[in-house]
Design a protein around this ligand. Structure first.
Ligand code: PA5
Length: 464
């Protein structure tokens, strides 16, 4: 079971100046916490909280996904996801955690499922280099966009469909593309109906960054042969823990509350630092959840509050040699979340080599011991210097644990939003950018925005 050690957030460990007197604060903020919990609980599964029901999805859908993806898993050389933000990061983080670390470099025989490419950017170099790698004749493309209108994803779709038509003919090209979008909404859905693509529908109340356990993630996970039932079971059991009213029993509520206390005491940066390469994209997933959900100008009553805490990615041990200096001795503006794996399922002993006068303290230990020692040392260094940190501990990296982790992170975000009295589920800032892109590219109906953009004049004087 996933556990959280938050000792290093407390007054007992960090001291009066930097630590939180958890028991006292929880008593003082009793009604704030209860109200935040109730507001989430009373609307569980409703409106934009539909994502909370995803772990309880009916067996029929899982069977449908399995039977659709099994032949692709067995026959395709490559599986390419086109999507961005919530339509990519969850997939990337779960897939990287559960597949072989060098999956795409293994031989087809050793892989047992297609190579995976999650394409969440439109850098032309990246796109063209993808075409150099992928075996187009044997590849499938999952185009994911909840709105069906995101410029980046539509552009990728147009490029690949064009290529497939030229290569395989229109009829075969259609069989190679899967569309994951909102049924009945957006340009891509219309095109899918017109052309006859296979479509998976995303629920109305499932926002992008909360969609990983919907068809958005599950179709790809099916192709990769993951145990979807275990993933959802882990998520389900964590969701139940996160609906326990007692804050001491509820990991997401407790950590949400302590993060909010930290924000209030000026800790404006939330560092997320996994100590497992396979989980490094979980830091990206977290960053999106945290950034897009909590960075808000207005509270629920429309008052300007400019809420949020800047997420920051780090990787243990790599970033011990680049960023830890800042975390230990820089401003007191960070909370560090460590993500630890108890059992990697593999281990590598560090050998002793006869005649070498070096590294005696290392020989006989494993790389696992070293990784663990370095994480403990980093926790200690931070704590000794009064820096708030806590540890999310996974027993191992498997579908069940990843399911727990995803549910915990999403529930925690949602409780922070509720404690801050903001709308966790909108992203007007992102929408501004999407609209400005439409205007800039001359899409019909966006003339006013284009005129507004043209009013901002750049002066040569300020260009060096
Ligand atoms: O969380 C969100 O809503 C966003 O990050 C979206 O996932 C992202 O903008 C992509 O949107 P769409 O899935 O509509 O293409």
């Amino acid at each position: 079971m996933l556990k959280i050690d938050y000792n290093n957030m407390t007054i007992q460990t960090l001291g009066k100046k930097n630590g939180i007197d958890v028991d006292k604060s929880v008593k003082i903020d009793k009604s704030l916490i209860e109200n935040a919990f109730q507001s989430v609980h009373s609307t569980r599964g409703q409106g934009m909280q539909e994502w909370m029901d995803l772990p309880y999805v009916n067996a029929d859908l899982i069977e449908q996904i399995k039977s659709f993806t099994a032949p692709i898993k067995d026959s395709a050389s490559d599986f390419v996801v086109f999507g961005i933000g919530g339509s990519a990061l969850g997939i990337q983080s779960v897939a990287t955690g559960l597949i072989h670390q060098r999956h795409n470099s293994l031989s087809a025989k050793d892989r047992k499922c297609p190579r995976l490419f999650v394409e969440d950017n439109i850098d032309p170099n990246r796109f063209l280099s993808l075409l150099d790698c992928v075996d187009i004749d044997n590849a499938y493309f999952n185009v994911i966009t909840k709105s069906g209108e995101t410029s980046e994803t539509l552009a990728q779709f147009l490029c690949i469909y064009d290529l497939l038509i030229k290569r395989l003919g229109r009829h075969k090209a259609v069989q190679r593309i899967i569309i994951t979008t909102t049924i009945g909404k957006g340009s891509l859905y219309k095109v899918a109906m017109q052309e006859g693509f296979k479509v998976f529908g995303i629920g109305q109340g499932v926002g992008g960054r909360f969609s990983v356990l919907s068809v958005v993630g599950l179709v790809t996970f099916g192709v990769l042969g993951f145990d979807i039932n275990q993933l959802l079971l882990g998520a389900r059991q964590m969701t139940e823990r996160c609906f326990l009213p007692d804050i001491y029993q509820n990991p997401a509520l407790m950590m949400a509350y302590l993060q909010v206390c930290s924000i209030k005491s000026g800790k404006n940066i939330s560092v997320f630092m996994p100590y497992a390469d396979g989980l490094k994209f979980i830091a990206d997933f977290y960053s999106q959840l945290w950034g897009e959900s909590l960075g808000k100008k207005f509270d629920m009553q429309g008052n300007e509050i400019y809420a949020g805490q800047t997420p920051m990615r780090a990787l243990g041990v790599t970033d011990q040699h680049s960023q830890i200096q800042l975390f230990v001795e820089g401003p007191f503006d960070k909370v560090v979340t460590f993500l630890t794996v108890k059992d990697f399922g593999v281990s590598k002993e560090i050998p002793k080599i006869e005649g070498l006068q070096m590294g005696d303290f290392l020989s006989g230990h494993t790389l696992n011991d070293l990784l663990d020692a370095e994480r403990i040392a980093t926790e200690w260094a931070l704590t000794k210097n009064g820096r708030a940190n806590f540890n999310v501990i996974l027993p191992k990296i498997d579908e069940y644990s990843i399911g727990e982790l995803l549910a915990y992170l999403m529930m925690q975000t949602c409780f922070v939003g509720s404690l801050l009295n903001i709308n966790t589920y909108d992203q007007p800032g992102v929408e501004h950018g999407k609209i400005a892109t439409f205007a800039r590219l001359g899409r019909q109906g966006y003339d006013r925005q284009l005129r507004e953009m043209e009013q901002i004049k750049k002066m040569d004087k300020y260009t060096i």
